[in-house]
Design a protein around this ligand. Structure first.
Ligand code: F1P
Length: 316
């Protein structure tokens, strides 16, 4: 068993420990979720979910918030910035929170590293205690940061979720060799809070297996990208509970054109039940997306502990 595979499947006790550890967020006119890479993908999902909960929010990549804050929300003093960063040292994220704090924003840092620059420059620190063997590619820490932030924006976290996420990862894992063996074009589709998760599935698979991947909002896929679909395509559909008919229709079109479809929460060549509240679906799916990346990497004999061109901390 590879180290990454072990880490992915050993993440669930860390979830158990994290559940129930967070209290309500700082009151603000707008919440800005900030991060880079995986942390930005989580930010996108969290902002969508916060809006659904009636808490106005946006997600901004660290570098954009730093360079062009006026393009997003110039009223810093009414803003709660929730910065996600496993390392706590990503240059853009650290610089962005320093600037936003100086300008009057309240900053919560969500990080694994409690002595990091991010942790030292925030008003509130939320620590994610991750698996010690996690490699360069973010897996357990991503799940934990998502879990903690969902709790922070008011989502109840039932303990049964942990078992549901573990079962889903195991069940998806069981079908992967059969479904993905002859596929080289991977597309992740998800809407609302699941769009960030689709991006994260695509990033994970790209980083781990050095494969070109894409992510789209499901119905956007019909507006051009569908031209690429053929027998080399594997589509991973992250179904939204309230969009199933339209998304299932798209899946049927993809299958007609030769794609194999993994249906997370709805129809496909294989269909998996998502056994949790809609607001928790993305978190429930995340370990399954992580193991997908790892299996494709294994098939290509790539070691995902330290994949090429990647480092654990990106500094400018
Ligand atoms: C996250 C990140 C990862 C990426 C790479 C470099 O940074 O950009 O998403 O996979 O490993 O780091 P952070 O969460 O530490 O800020």
């Amino acid at each position: 068993m590879s180290i990454t595979e072990r880490v992915i499947f050993e993440q669930f006790p860390y979830w158990e420990k994290a559940i129930g550890s967070i209290s309500a967020p700082h009151a603000a006119e707008l919440t800005v979720f900030l991060g880079c890479g995986t942390s930005y993908n989580l930010a996108l999902s969290l902002a969508a979910q916060a809006n659904i909960f009636g808490r106005p929010a946006i997600a901004v990549p660290g570098g954009e918030w730093l360079n062009k804050p006026a393009a997003f929300w110039p009223r810093w003093e009414r803003t709660h910035v929730i910065a996600l960063s496993r390392s706590g040292e990503t240059t853009e994220t650290v610089a962005a929170i320093k600037a936003s704090r100086t300008a009057g924003a309240f900053v919560t840092a969500v990080t694994v590293e409690q002595d990091s620059s991010l942790a030292k420059n925030c008003d509130r620190l939320v620590k994610a205690a991750t698996h010690p063997s996690e490699g360069i590619v973010m897996t357990v820490s991503a799940s934990l940061m998502l879990l903690l932030c969902l709790e922070m924006i008011g989502q109840e976290m039932p303990r049964e979720l942990v078992g549901s996420a573990q079962r889903l990862a195991e069940d998806v894992d069981a079908v992967l060799p059969r479904l993905t063996a002859d596929r080289s074009h991977f597309v992740f589709l998800g809407g609302g809070p699941l769009y960030g998760l689709a991006l994260e599935g695509a990033l994970k698979l790209m980083e781990m297996s050095q494969t070109f991947t894409q992510a789209f909002h499901p119905l956007e896929y019909r507006h051009g990208p569908i031209s690429l679909v053929d027998r080399s395509t594997a589509a991973i559909m992250l179904y939204s509970a309230d969009q199933k008919p339209a998304e299932a229709k798209l899946v049927a079109e993809l299958q007609e054109k030769g794609a194999v479809v993994i249906g997370l929460g709805g129809p496909g060549d294989v269909e998996f039940n998502i056994d949790c509240a809609p607001a928790l679906a993305g978190l429930c799916m995340l370990p399954a997306l992580q193991i997908l990346g790892e299996r494709v990497a294994q098939a290509r004999k790539i070691d995902t502990v330290a994949p090429r061109h990647l480092t654990k901390v990106v500094k400018l």
